[in-house]
Design a binder for this molecule. Structure first.
Ligand code: UGA
Length: 442
């Protein structure tokens, strides 16, 4: 395959961005989705979600004609040479991964391959439990198509490690590319697409590739919960946890990243993936005390944060909060598993009137909750006349708020910093009552 045509099933963050990366590298790429509005948007050059640099890249690839979107999965798969499965694997109630979209995608691929003579490569990119590629994807494709893996089609598992908020950058500059291959021919078919990526490329067993993704996310989540446990210890000893984590981060075996204490991790990946690992370990009778505690710490952080607020203010009934940041992290409009929800919900239970602002995520947040929240058009308006401020997402826009701004707009200059967005000492010098996770004097 010299210049394979690429089809991608599922046009969410991973699917669309993967598609755009291949389109930018010159491969003809089609993104398949079941949502007509999303397909129209992609074809009209309008990115369906916010992500830095996404819109420019999208417009460029539409102009070069290298990307398009379609609702017709079977036809598009048949007309391409490599198909990526990039559909969601959401959590079920018991924490395990819901694989129904994977099943549907596999059936579509089977249907397409039934009437196809040429060799085709199927690549699972979604985060899936070990064994899913072999037991579900391959078996389903073989049953529906009547074809044989390894002979008529190749299969790879190629996990994605991009982060929302820097997804475009990450997708072009991965730390490594992991390819679990069914056989050498499958791996070679996929490697053509990654030829000019300058990073380590690791070929491995398909199940190992599936587990590498879960292990990577579980480990990063563990680092965060570790920092959050230490944050509470540091608060009690009147020590800044950021100094302590900086001190350990110089050790190359530890490294300084993902040790930022705060109100916990959210998003569509860490909570879901750690819970999925716990559920699948439970199913096979393996205990996971570390991962259980990672989730426990994460669920406790918003409660701990609200406790800090209660301890500082006293009776919260009737108080107004200028609540800044609803997305689960900066530079995204995604609110899945955002810590804003448990924090706001507890504040409302205490009788607080919430005046919230987020630069990108207000519409999405209003969709996931009916809590009585006043959505404000700017941070100034959210703070104006409020009794205290809460920072839940460390958007740059909020980091630029000065002590004098808090003093000007708030009724009393009290700032609760859930993400350690500020230099506490300079705010304190400017007369602000500062309370931050893992900061001294709590
Ligand atoms: C995460 C992983 O970082 C990616 O490598 C992976 O590809 C992705 O999941 C996925 O599985 O698709 P993402 O959830 O987009 O990426 O964002 P992160 O930057 O990892 O942040 C997740 C959460 O952890 C956010 O709520 C963030 O605020 C929080 N966080 C992150 C901390 O509380 N402290 C930190 O030090 C770092």
């Amino acid at each position: 395959m010299d210049s394979p045509r690429v089809s991608i099933i599922g046009s969410g963050y991973v699917g669309l961005i993967t598609g755009l990366v291949f389109a930018k590298k010159g491969f003809d790429t089609v993104c398949i989705d079941v949502i007509p509005d999303r397909v129209d948007k992609i074809n009209n050059g309008i990115s369906p979600f916010f992500e830095p640099r996404l819109q420019e890249l999208h417009s460029e690839c539409i102009d070069t004609g290298k990307i398009r979107a379609s609702l017709d999965s079977v036809k598009e798969i048949r007309d391409s040479d490599i198909t990526f499965i990039c559909v969601g694997t959401p959590s079920r109630d018991d924490g395990s991964a819901d694989l129904s979209y994977i099943e549907q995608a596999s059936s579509d691929i089977g249907e397409a391959l039934r009437s196809k003579e040429r060799y085709h490569v199927v690549v699972a990119k979604s985060t899936i439990p070990p064994g899913t590629t072999e037991e579900l994807i391959i078996k389903r494709i073989e049953t529906v198509s009547g074809k044989k893996a390894g002979k008529d089609f190749g299969v790879c598992m190629n996990p994605e490690f991009l982060k929302q908020g820097s997804a475009v950058h990450d997708a072009f500059n991965p730390d490594r590319i992991v390819i679990g291959e069914y056989d050498t021919r499958s791996g070679e078919g996929l490697q053509v697409l990654y030829n000019d990526f300058d990073c380590p490329k690791m070929m491995c067993d398909i199940k190992a590739a599936e587990l590498i993704k879960y292990a990577a996310n579980s480990f990063l989540a563990t680092k965060i919960s570790f920092a959050n446990d230490f944050a509470r210890i540091c608060e009690a000893f009147n020590v800044d946890v950021y100094e302590v984590m900086k001190g350990i981060g110089y050790d190359y075996r530890i490294n300084p990243r993902f040790l930022n204490a705060g109100v916990g991790f959210g998003g569509s990946c860490f909570p879901k993936d750690v819970k999925a690992v716990i559920a699948l370990a439970d199913e096979i009778g393996v205990e996971t005390p570390i991962l259980d505690s990672v989730i426990e710490t994460n669920e406790f952080q918003p409660i701990h944060f609200v406790n800090i607020i209660k301890r500082t203010i006293g009776d919260l009934n009737g108080k107004k909060v200028g609540f800044l940041g609803l997305s689960f992290k900066p530079n995204t409009d995604d609110v899945r598993e955002t810590r804003a929800l448990p924090i706001i919900s507890s504040l409302i239970d205490e009788g607080v009137l919430v005046r919230a602002y987020d630069p990108e995520a207000m519409e999405n947040f209003a969709r996931i909750t009916t809590l009585p929240i006043d959505y404000m058009p700017s941070w100034r308006e959210a703070l104006n006349g409020s009794d205290f401020a809460v920072i839940q997402t460390d958007w740059d826009e909020f980091k630029n708020i000065r002590g004098k701004d808090f003093r000007q707009y708030l009724n009393s200059p009290i700032v609760f910093d859930g993400r350690r967005s500020y230099n506490p000492e300079s705010l304190i010098k400017e007369g602000i009552v500062y309370r931050g996770i893992g900061w001294k004097n709590l």
